[in-house]
Design a protein around this ligand. Structure first.
Ligand code: ADP
Length: 255
């Protein structure tokens, strides 16, 4: 059975095609202004890349904030359910998931069978999300893909106390004008994301092993700050950003 999972996020749109539980192809593009157009482009691109016809796809599940705009999907499923399924596919032992994407962050607890036991979510505020990092990258004139390596060489992470993205950006600009190094500022930004996610998790008791998913998992600096904050090593796979799409493709198999 060939299925498609499609995850329309606020920053990137992701697709995964699976055959009988094996990944055949994945694709990522910027969501841009129109979520529906991004979904159509992903669908056409991934299908034609595999030499398939739309009728070869026997199940399609959409997830992500733009899931409702994917009219060619059979079903829309929440990101919590899709990230849980995708995380367990990548590592069948996982009991906790930290997902940080473009505009929200989540913590998901799973039971022994992989079912969602509890979750916490911040989708009200940019602090602790990829968008926060993008605002800071602009202020610092540094590529976001360089954030991880730069922060890992910091000798004294700066303290960033504002919880609000706009105020934190002012704080960063003030640190730049005082001559603080970029690496120390970026390390401080990562620590503030970790503090934010850990506060959001609040009452949740971490159960190891813990996996990090979402685009921000590619930032090794955020991964390290979170590991320090929560006290557990994080499992990160090369497909972290695609977890929701992979989970959606798996769920499409259980019609
Ligand atoms: P969404 O699903 O909400 O659109 P993603 O899960 O795709 O978001 O995450 C987007 C975020 O991932 C970006 O805001 C950025 O912070 C981070 N990101 C993406 N690519 C990289 C990279 N190469 N290095 C570091 N961070 C990255």
């Amino acid at each position: 059975m060939i299925t498609l999972g499609i995850d329309i996020g606020s920053i990137t749109a992701k697709a995964a095609v699976m055959r009988d539980g094996k990944i055949l192809a994945v694709r990522i593009l910027r969501t841009g202004y129109n979520a529906k157009t991004a979904g159509d482009q992903l669908f056409e691109g991934i299908i034609s890349g595999l030499g398939l016809n739309p009728s070869d796809i026997q199940g399609i599940v959409a997830t992500g904030y733009g899931r409702k705009s994917i009219t060619f999907a059979d079903r829309a499923v929440t990101e919590i359910t899709c990230h849980a399924a995708g995380a367990r596919y990548m590592n069948s032992e996982i009991r906790s998931v930290i997902d940080i994407g473009g505009q929200d962050s989540k913590v998901i607890l799973l039971d022994e069978t992989g079912r969602v036991k509890d979750f916490a979510m911040n989708d009200k505020c940019a602090a602790g999300t990829g968008r926060f990092l993008e605002v800071m990258a602009r202020a610092l004139e540094v590529e976001i893909s360089d954030f991880g390596s730069l922060s890992l060489s910091a000798d004294h992470p700066a303290s960033i106390s504002s919880l609000c993205t706009v105020f934190a950006e002012s704080e960063v600009i003030s640190l730049i004008s005082k001559g603080e190094s970029r690496k120390n500022i970026i390390a401080g930004i990562h620590d503030s994301i970790a503090a934010r996610v850990s506060a959001m998790a609040g009452r949740i008791r971490w159960i190891p092993p813990v996996m990090m998913t979402g685009g921000v998992a590619q930032n090794s600096g955020v991964v390290r700050s979170l590991e320090k904050k929560i006290g557990y090593p994080l499992v990160v796979t090369p497909n972290a950003q695609l977890t929701g799409a992979i989970g959606a493709a798996l769920i499409a198999m259980n019609k």
